[in-house]
Each structure stands twice: as structure tokens, then as C-alpha cells.
Write a protein that binds this ligand. Structure first.
Ligand SMILES: [Zn+2]
Length: 202
């Protein structure tokens, strides 16, 4: 079963004024450029080169790449430079790059260690939490000062944000209370179960 190979597609045909080496007629020889591409399961991956074929319209002589007269070779090189492989020759490669970059992006943007940090709290950990205020949901932080067996002593952030995505603005050192308050770990666990701990950063 053929799953991997190369194919060619026509890119461009240009007229020339060159006289045909076979019949001597000028202005009748055309140069055609073909783009070769690698494919897997007939899906083009990426281009692997170009070749030129010349054809005399007068005597129907076809010049293969290996048998191009010098003059046609030079005209062929110029035609190759002008002929660009179409986007679909890169289809497979572009798809792979797109998929990889998407995966890398997802991987980097959603690396969320909240579960890890929750299981093993450390001083300095910052919890973003949600709380109801007059029927509205608001967001704030508390920062762990001391980790006890059943209790975490935390510095509460003095401010609340109405939007979760903007709450980072209140996360400034000066915005945390000097004093600490005791937060039973059971209470924090309940907040987390209820979906009120949004994230933990370290
Ligand atoms: Zn000819």
C-alpha cells in the first residue's frame, strides 16, 4: 500500500522566443514548470522542488529536464524562480505546525497546579476565591502566612474585584492585611468543593 511518495503539479507555463533545437522555429517553445511535493496518504506535506519541461508547439517536440538545450535551461531557471508552489503543497506541513503550536499553546496556558498546591499548601500561596456580595459574585485573594495541621493563617486581600479576569489588578502586596486570620482547612476544602476557589498560584 502506497502511503508516502511524491507527486507533481503544474505551476506555470511561459512562452519563450527561443528557437526550437529540433525544427528551428522561433517563438514556439513554451516552458512549463512543475512543482513536486511530498505526500502522505495523498495529502500534500511540503514542496520538494521544481522541474521544467519545454515543448515546441510547432513540431511537438518535448524536451525533458535532462535533455534541455542550454538556452532553455537558463530560461527554465528564470521560470522556476517565478513559479511559486501553491499553498496546498504545504497543506500537511502547515497543518502539523498549526496542531503543534495549538498543543504547545494549550499546554502552556492551562498548566494549572491548583490541585497540586491545594494538597500541599505552602506559605506565600495565593488563593483566588469567589464570594457572594448582595447577590453579586465578587473575587478576591488570600495569601497563606502559616500552614497548620488543621488551620491556615492567611492575609486577606482588602479589595474585591467584580470580574474574575480583572481580579489580578488587586493582587498587590500592599493590598493584603498585615494581620492574619485563621482559616480552618475544612472551610477552605468546602469552598473548593463548592467551586469558590478559582485558582491557587505559588
Ligand atoms: Zn520544434
Amino acid at each position: 500500500m502506497l502511503i508516502f511518495g511524491s507527486r507533481s503539479s503544474h505551476l506555470k507555463t511561459v512562452p519563450t522566443t527561443i528557437s526550437c533545437a529540433s525544427c528551428g522555429t522561433p517563438n514556439q517553445t513554451q516552458i512549463s514548470v512543475y512543482g513536486r511535493y511530498l505526500h502522505v496518504f495523498w495529502i500534500p506535506l511540503f514542496p520538494i522542488g521544481k522541474s521544467v519541461v519545454a515543448h515546441c508547439e510547432h513540431c511537438q517536440k518535448t524536451y525533458r529536464p535532462a535533455s534541455l538545450p542550454q538556452e532553455l535551461k537558463e530560461a527554465g531557471r528564470a521560470a522556476k524562480r517565478q513559479a511559486k508552489a501553491p499553498f496546498w503543497h504545504y497543506l500537511g506541513l502547515s497543518t502539523i505546525i498549526l496542531l503543534l503550536s495549538t498543543l504547545i499553546y494549550i499546554g502552556s496556558s492551562t498548566t494549572d497546579n491548583t490541585e497540586l498546591y491545594f494538597a500541599d499548601p505552602k506559605p506565600g500561596d495565593k488563593y483566588m476565591y469567589k464570594v457572594e456580595n448582595d447577590g453579586d459574585k465578587v473575587y478576591s485573594y488570600f495569601k497563606i502566612a502559616t500552614v497548620g495541621k488543621d488551620t491556615l493563617w492567611v492575609h486577606l486581600n482588602k479589595y474585591f474585584s467584580e470580574k474574575q479576569f480583572r481580579s489580578y489588578k488587586i493582587d498587590k502586596t500592599d493590598n493584603y492585611e498585615e494581620e492574619t486570620v485563621a482559616m480552618p482547612r475544612a472551610t477552605i476544602a468546602k469552598m473548593k468543593t463548592d467551586g469558590n476557589i478559582m485558582s491557587i498560584s505559588r
